[in-house]
Design a protein around this ligand. Structure first.
Ligand SMILES: Nc1nc2c(ncn2[C@@H]2O[C@H](COP(=O)(O)OP(=O)(O)OP(=O)(O)O)[C@@H](O)[C@H]2O)c(=O)[nH]1
Length: 705
């Protein structure tokens, strides 16, 4: 059996022999002097005791241990662990056992004692919102001095008893490869990690009503159609109560229910889908018979296709003398929608929202499609739904309209919605009536939530409040990580590496251009670039500026937006930044093709990138002899630099690209003009400036490889 002398151990423990002897006396371990030898059983006890305050660098001579000592040490360690009530690490007994084992191993494996930093992910500790330096050291099995050194590295001069906040403790722990989880009254592992949706057994599924959204070009009659449907189906008794209560309504046709969402179809298909919500079973595409297929009609078609939702065409305004349904059908066919009477599989119904003509037929067709699609749900499970809309009500607090999609929601249920939780206090249906239960395909307004959730957030009823709270807590903590993930959305720069890692198989593209011909040309040329690794998939193409809808669709479908001679609107631009959607603008088709081709080979030239400087609006134009047309401008964003490159944008379309010829404040030449100031701008070799034009200034910036 190995032995160690008192002075040797004292040295190892970085204390005086006298201190050690005193400690030994306290523990009734007899020694005569600093030269006395210690049984390693006793040495281990001391090591453990002093480790709690300051850990020795190397422990020698403690390599072996008699078998009966294991028990002794373990008891000792249990006592030490009790000190760790700050961490109350009860959640993972196995982990604790391992930890104890580690401690025992430390005693028996002296050589490894010095640096046993666990690799990342191997060790998780739980902390309350505040922890002292000493406690953190204890929890992590580190020397206080090690913690303090790390803190100094972060510019924090801390003492042993100083309290650290959670974030700081987390940073320090991560330096040692230790993961940190927040500790609350409910420990996270007492509950499930997050909601786990158990699939329903086929025999539990019952037919459910279809949920319908109405989409279409502006002024083609979306609102009128919804109103017409409601009017047809509202009984005289309810007529007075037709006022909209919540963002959805129900109509009964032949004893069958149809749920109509008021949410504009675009939102249901873009921002909501971007949040992972699928709320629509069937899309009604309204096309005015006198106007035909328009840009938003095409957008709507593409949204519905991307979401794999069946479409029913309502050819509206049939009462108008100028109505030409055949033209509508032809134009739809041109866009890949072939209606039934022309041999396709899309149902179309000529209607008039104005006089109610054929509205009944439209509703019957909805039921027919629903029947074919066999929408089903299990009413006998905890509710699952999606927030249609939500707001803060002065009287009721947070209110949200929820579309129940599966299961049944009841008063008193505990729910998790995104990062909000609560207990259902009251429910109101679309007629404004209080209800106690809401089954699948029912929209209800609920109260009782801790905060206002967001449209598109999913609702899950859970066992109890404790679980709801714990899950929300955990989700909030995950948000940071998710934000990081969001920044890893597909970008052309990262395409190759993501292809290589097999993370992407389809490169979804949205193509916007100044003329339809270009949209098609760009789409066709890009499709041809598909290879064995990745399929180029243009999910949407359209004419005009890049809009928020495009960005939302891109975010929802993880697509890149290719702008050909067009620019994003200001709101689309900021949304793209927020959602990390890659927007690429090109002036010539071959450059777009070249870039995508290069990106697929991982050879995209990343050396220069455009850096936006600012925007100025042309508010007046002047002809100046010798200088051509000068724009009297107002800088609306950023700054305009005399030597910047510029782009002239009119209604979202790039009219010209070039450089600035003159930049003046009053009569004087200016080097730069900032937001809120007026200036005169003359462009090199370009005189066609018009009021309302936007001059975008940018510079090419070298990017480090
Ligand atoms: N003649 C005729 N006019 C209609 C019909 N349906 C709608 N309208 C008219 O067309 C215009 C636009 O109708 P809305 O229902 O507001 O159209 P919308 O698609 O909801 O429009 P946005 O919400 O602005 O996108 C209104 O003046 C309606 O009265 C119809 O069947 N026949």
């Amino acid at each position: 059996m190995s032995k160690i002398r008192v002075y040797q151990l004292a040295k190892e423990l970085e204390i005086s022999s006298k201190e050690l002897i005193e400690k030994l006396k306290e523990l009734s371990i007899e020694v005569n002097s600093h030269m006395s030898t210690l049984e390693d059983e006793n040495a281990n006890i001391l090591i453990e005791l002093f480790t709690e305050e300051s850990k020795p660098k190397t422990i020698s001579n403690t390599k072996e241990k008699p078998p009966n000592q294991e028990q002794h040490d373990e008891n000792k360690l249990e006592t030490l662990d009790n000190k760790e009530d700050i961490i109350v690490n009860t959640r993972n007994k196995k982990e604790k056992r391992n930890k104890n084992k580690n401690k025992r191993n430390k005693n028996s494996m002296a050589d490894n004692y010095d640096d046993r930093v666990e690799s990342k992910g191997e060790r998780v500790i739980q902390l309350k919102s505040k922890v002292t330096v000493k406690e953190l050291a204890e929890i992590m099995d580190k020397n206080v001095s090690e913690i303090i050194t790390k803190l100094i590295g972060l510019g924090i001069m801390a003492t042993i008893n100083q309290e650290l906040d959670y974030d700081t403790a987390q940073i320090i722990a991560s330096e040692f490869g230790v993961e940190v989880e927040p500790l609350e009254d409910v420990t996270m592992d007492d509950v499930i990690d997050d909601i786990e949706i158990e699939p329903d057994r086929p025999e539990d599924l019952k037919p459910r009503s279809p949920v319908v959204t109405v989409m279409g070009h502006v002024d083609h009659g979306k609102t009128s159609l919804l109103d017409a449907i409601r009017k047809t189906k509202v009984t005289s008794r309810e007529a007075g109560g037709i006022t909209q209560h919540i963002g959805a309504s129900e109509v009964k046709v032949n004893d069958k229910k149809i749920v109509l969402l008021d949410t504009p179809g675009h939102e249901a298909f873009t921002s909501m889908r971007a949040r992972g919500a699928k709320v629509t079973d069937i899309a009604i595409l309204v096309v005015a018979a006198d106007d035909g297929v328009m840009p938003q009609t095409i957008e709507a078609i593409n949204h519905a296709k991307a979401a794999e939702v069946p479409i029913i065409i309502a050819i509206n305004k049939m009462d108008k003398p100028s109505a030409n349904p055949d033209r509508v059908k032809q134009e739809l066919a041109d866009h890949g929608i072939l209606i039934e009477e022309w041999g396709g599989d899309v149902i179309s119904v000529p209607v008039s929202a104005l006089n109610g003509e054929n509205i009944d037929t439209l509703l019957e067709m909805i039921l027919l499609v629903a029947e074919m699609e066999e929408f089903k749900a299990n009413p006998n499970r905890k509710a699952i739904g999606t927030v249609i809309e939500a707001q803060l009500d002065v009287g009721k607090g947070s209110v949200a309209t929820i579309l129940i999609q599966n299961g049944t929601l009841k008063i008193g249920d505990s729910v998790v919605i995104g990062t909000t939780h609560g207990r259902i206090r009251a429910m109101m249906n679309d007629k404004g009536k209080r209800v106690n239960v809401a089954g699948p395909s029912t929209a209800v307004e609920i109260t009782g939530l801790s905060e206002v959730p967001e449209a598109g957030d999913q609702l899950f009823a859970v066992e109890d409040d404790k679980i709801a709270r714990a899950i929300v807590e955990k989700r909030i903590n995950k948000i940071k990580a998710e934000q990081l993930k969001a920044s890893q959305k597909i970008s052309l720069d990262a395409l190759f590496s993501q292809m290589e890692q097999g993370q992407i198989k389809d490169l979804n593209l949205i193509v916007k251009a100044d003329v339809q011909g270009s949209v098609e040309a760009v789409k066709q040329s890009l499709i041809k670039l598909s290879n064995d690794e990745v399929v180029i998939n243009p999910i949407h193409g359209g004419v005009g500026a890049i809009t928020e809808t495009d960005v939302n669709l891109a975010a929802a479908s993880n697509a890149i937006i290719i702008g050909f001679n067009v620019r994003p609107t200001a709101s689309a631009d900021s949304l793209a930044k927020k959602e990390n959607v890659d927007i690429r603008s090109y002036r010539v088709i071959y450059k777009a093709i070249e870039d995508i081709e290069a990106a697929m080979k991982g050879m995209l030239d990343p050396e220069f990138k455009e850096e936006d400087l600012g925007k100025a609006e042309v508010r007046a134009t002047f002809k100046v002899p010798g200088a051509g047309t000068i724009g009297g401008c107002y800088v609306i964003e950023g700054k305009i630099l005399r030597n910047a490159k510029v782009r002239l944008v009119r209604d979202g379309i790039i009219i010209h690209e070039g450089t600035i010829d003159s930049l003046k404040r009053f009569k004087d030449d200016a080097r730069e003009v900032a937001t809120g100031y007026e200036c005169g701008i003359g462009l090199s070799q370009f005189n066609d400036l018009k009021e309302g034009d936007i001059i975008e200034a940018y510079q090419m910036k070298e990017i480090e490889r």
